[in-house]
Design a protein around this ligand. Structure first.
Ligand SMILES: Cc1ncc(COP(=O)(O)O)c(C=O)c1O
Ligand SMILES: N[C@@H](CCCC[NH3+])C(=O)O
Length: 416
């Protein structure tokens, strides 16, 4: 499903011309389509309809409250990794019993809050965390629902920075230790074993690594049964990858078919934590060309969005398509590096892009709905971008551009 079209040389996104949105809200601005978000969620929900399942949207991909609310209304649960994300889920009225709590460094305060509100499950990432959780639950008179995040040592064949299920990654409990740690957990008074969990990495473009990880978890499930430990759910972590350029990630339906085939006959609820595939291609970043700068070796299109707004190209050399929102047939195309205002040579949004553009033109950086705004920063004292949602044929602001006052107020108040 594509949400783009061209009308009178203008790029239309979910029914609205992007130049109009840029004029109205300014740049840089993230723009999302509610229709695309809902359809992405529905693809998972329908594909897994034959089995008992819960889709916990991994809000690290995009935690704008309006987007969380939209997913909650579709029936989603949430995968959170911090007390901050828990507060976001609660702020949109998410049901705590649909929240799973991942993360390697859960603090005492975060655990207390999660126990008090009653999250569905803690995805425990170490023995030390298991002990901390048992102790705090005991103090609060609660029974903490847990699953162990098992590191299945499976190669997800993705960028090394976003691979999480290999032996040398910090995440999860080693597969070889998992059975022993489950036995230990079953002896701890204030814990209730709810399930098993893994997450092997992000932007996976093949199904096989998911199948390998699932096979290992099912093997563990059988071993635990022998030990008298019954699991109620199996959480397979993040979702499939998305298409940024020429990748061919599996369709959600094909992924679901493969997973459900393996799960057949197992009495386990399936939990999934997709992030990128629910929001990535439902969003883009609008930016305007401040200057065209021809160079000796390169031409630069210097735009008003930088690595502080979208860090993926700088961090992972990630490729995002960049297209003018108004095409200009009479303008000669040139090859540009599209670079931002930040004082770093790694501040680029795209390299060697053939574009027919002038100073003042507006560009759309595509597939920017996931890990865009959530990974943004105030580096160079740059305010975070605005965010806009297109819904029912209209665009509305869902986060205002940060003001310089907001950026200064905290420290100004502390000036001696
Ligand atoms: C624990 C966990 N769950 C879910 C996700 C979401 O993954 P994705 O955005 O690839 O669906 C991540 C991010 O990689 C994660 O770390
Ligand atoms: N931030 C990464 C994804 C990693 C998600 C966290 N485990 C990206 O932008 O591709």
């Amino acid at each position: 499903m594509t949400y783009f079209s061209m009308e009178d040389q203008r790029l239309i996104f979910d029914g609205l011309p992007l130049d109009q949105i840029a004029d109205r809200f300014g740049t840089p601005t993230y723009v999302y389509s509610a229709k695309a978000l809902k359809e992405a969620f529905r693809a998972y929900d329908q594909a897994f309809a034959p089995v008992d399942h819960l889709i916990c949207y991994a809000m690290k991909a995009n935690s704008n409250l309006s987007i969380l609310k939209l997913f909650a209304e579709q029936g989603a649960g949430f995968d959170i990794v911090s007390g901050g994300e828990l507060r976001r889920a609660l702020a949109v009225g998410a049901a705590p019993d649909k929240i799973v709590f991942s993360g390697v460094a859960k603090s005492v305060e975060e655990i207390k809050l999660a126990l008090e509100v009653g999250v569905r499950c803690f995805n425990v990432e170490s023995e030390a965390e298991l002990e901390r959780l048992d102790e705090i639950a005991g103090q609060l008179g609660k029974l903490a629902p847990i699953s162990l995040r098992v590191n299945p040592d499976v190669d997800p064949k993705t960028h090394p920075y976003i691979s999480t299920g290999l032996k040398d990654n910090k995440f999860g409990i080693a597969y070889a230790d998992a059975r022993r740690v489950y036995r230990k957990a079953s002896g701890l008074q204030n814990l209730r074993i709810a399930g098993v969990d893994c997450h092997i990495g992000s932007q996976l473009t093949e199904i096989a690594p998911f199948e390998d990880a699932l096979a290992r978890l099912l093997n563990l499930h059988a071993e635990l049964k022998e030990d008298g430990i019954q699991l109620h759910h199996l959480d397979l972590g993040g979702g499939v990858g998305i298409r940024y350029s020429d990748e061919e990630p599996p369709a959600v339906s094909a992924y679901a078919e493969a997973i459900m085939t393996q799960l057949r006959g197992m009495d386990l609820q399936l939990v999934l934590e997709p992030g990128r595939s629910l929001v990535g291609n439902a969003g883009l970043l609008l930016t305007r060309v401040e200057y065209i700068k021809p160079g000796e070796a390169k031409n630069f299109a210097i735009v008003d969005a930088g690595m502080n707004d979208l860090i993926r190209p700088a961090l992972y050399e990630a490729w995002h398509d960049i297209v003018p929102v108004c095409s200009q047939p009479d303008t000669p195309a040139r090859v540009y590096d599209v670079v931002g205002p930040v004082c770093e040579s790694s501040d680029f949004l795209g390299k060697d892009r053939t574009l027919a553009i002038h100073q003042g033109d507006c560009l759309a950086v595509l597939s920017a709905g996931a890990y865009g705004q959530t990974m943004s920063s105030n580096y160079n004292t740059r305010p975070r971008a605005a965010e806009v949602l297109i819904e029912a044929g209209a665009a509305r602001l869902i986060r205002s551009r940060e003001s310089y006052e907001q950026l200064l107020e905290n420290e100004k108040a502390l000036l001696s």
